[in-house]
Write a protein that binds this ligand. Sequence first.
Ligand code: TYD
Length: 211
Amino acid sequence: MTGVFLSFEGGEGLGKSLQAARLAETLTQRGRAVVQTREPGGTAAGERIREIVLHAREAPLSPEAQALLFSAARAQLVREVIRPALAAGRIVVADRYFDSTLAYQGYGHGADLEGLRAVTHFAVGDLVPQRTFLIDAPVEVVLARLAQREGARWDRFHGTDRDFYERVRDGYLRLAAAEPHRFVVIDGDRPEDRIAADIRREVDALLGAPA
Ligand code: TYD
């Protein structure tokens, strides 16, 4: 495999998707071939699964069922998009990947972590990102941003229970602490440009900085 695999993780409303898009644009301007993915979704089947998950209010889903659906979408995304892109030498910028399942369904909703790791391994094998940017901020910031966000359909999925978001954040920080070489924890409660500059510096260090 010759490509580079980067992922973005963290709470909603912290500009994670925007930062992923900004990084993709910077790399494209430098002449790199970049493929962006988002989860859940990114393939025809993945978008359908996204609809099922988004309607969990009307058709309730246990955390275990959620994890299997997210993992099914991911298994397809890996085979249809991510692996072929990496094999072609491209840079893959993923807006969420399996750490989301560990943080949300595992730490947040209480699904068994060992089971989730086994399912993840079945879905994606050994395909782990080279760097994972965790956009982190205190839960008050996440909840305030969520409240402002238009059409924030996901708060209906997880609820707005503060403890839930505390567990997700804490889970992410544990995952990051367990793999310090892969994770880069970024303070998300700062202006967009400062966050982008930190991410770019890390990516430059990984890829070899441009002159
Ligand atoms: P988000 O990444 O903010 O994207 P969008 O632009 O679609 O709003 O939200 C995706 C939601 O899905 C978020 O609440 C986290 C949740 N999620 C999980 O619970 N588990 C997962 O494995 C994934 C990929 C996402």
